[in-house]
Design a protein around this ligand. Structure first.
Ligand code: SF4
Length: 240
């Protein structure tokens, strides 16, 4: 899926230092603050979805495996040719690891990724009637599919809210916004599952990923353009 470009706020204001923003004092205030965050994400990114181009669940699984340690932009350049060369799961099951690794070389970690993709294709053909599974438990038996990959595929291909995708953007921003104190993605996901309404699990990650690319960027967040500034007490806010 192509990167969704949305209009982000251009109004530049004076950033409130994080230490001057009051922290929520109780559960009710935390809930109110979370709803404000969700409302702003809805306003900024009403129609976003997964940025990886794909035609079906299998292609999304392949693209997600490839996206580890690589940009979605790079993956979207590689996958059209890849899916043209290997149009079926059987094609991926039958290709040699060396050949597939060569095809996906530009995505990095190509030997591991080729092994995972071939293993996933063989597993799905052997044990899942040739269909990408629709449950988390089954997905986790597929080579290359940990929770993040499984959540991406289940959420975007089947509309199944199995959990919350925690990538590097979600990890960083939920920490900055104090929605979690954890650093481990699996624990962050459990924290988010507890506080987010289930019907937000899929959309939340897509919105936060776009928010992380366009506003709350890793090295220098654009706090002066961020509508969450009045409720953000992150220590690494950019004041100028
Ligand atoms: S850009 Fe990030 S760090 Fe800056 S105010 Fe917004 S949420 Fe907070």
């Amino acid at each position: 899926m192509a990167e969704t470009v949305v209009a982000v706020p251009t109004l530049v204001h004076s950033v409130t230092p994080g230490r001057k923003v009051p922290k929520p004092k109780n559960a009710a205030e935390r809930k109110r603050r979370l709803l404000q965050i969700l409302d702003e994400l809805d306003r900024l990114f009403p129609d976003v979805t997964c940025a990886l181009r794909h035609g079906d669940a299998w292609q999304l699984l392949v693209a997600t495996i490839l996206s580890a340690q690589c940009t979605d932009e790079r993956i979207n350049k590689v996958t059209p040719g890849l899916f043209q060369k290997y149009p079926t799961i059987e094609d991926f099951a039958n290709v040699s690891q060396e050949e597939l690794a060569n095809d996906i070389r530009s995505t990095g970690f190509f030997n591991n990724k080729a092994r995972s993709i071939i293993g996933a294709a063989r597993k799905i053909l052997a044990d899942c009637d040739g269909q990408v599974p629709k449950t988390m438990d089954e997905m986790l038996t597929v080579p290359g599919a940990a929770r993040k990959t499984a959540n991406v595929v289940l959420g975007h291909s089947y509309g199944i809210a199995s959990g919350v995708v925690v990538d590097t953007h979600v990890q960083r921003i939920t920490q900055r916004l104090d929605l979690t104190k954890n650093t481990d993605p699996v624990k962050i996901e459990q924290d988010l599952i507890k506080i987010l309404p289930e019907d937000r699990w899929i959309l939340f990650s897509d919105q936060v990923i776009h928010f992380g690319r366009q506003i709350c960027i890793a090295r220098k967040p654009r706090c002066a353009s961020c509508p969450l500034d009045p409720i953000c007490y992150a220590k690494d806010k950019t004041l100028v």
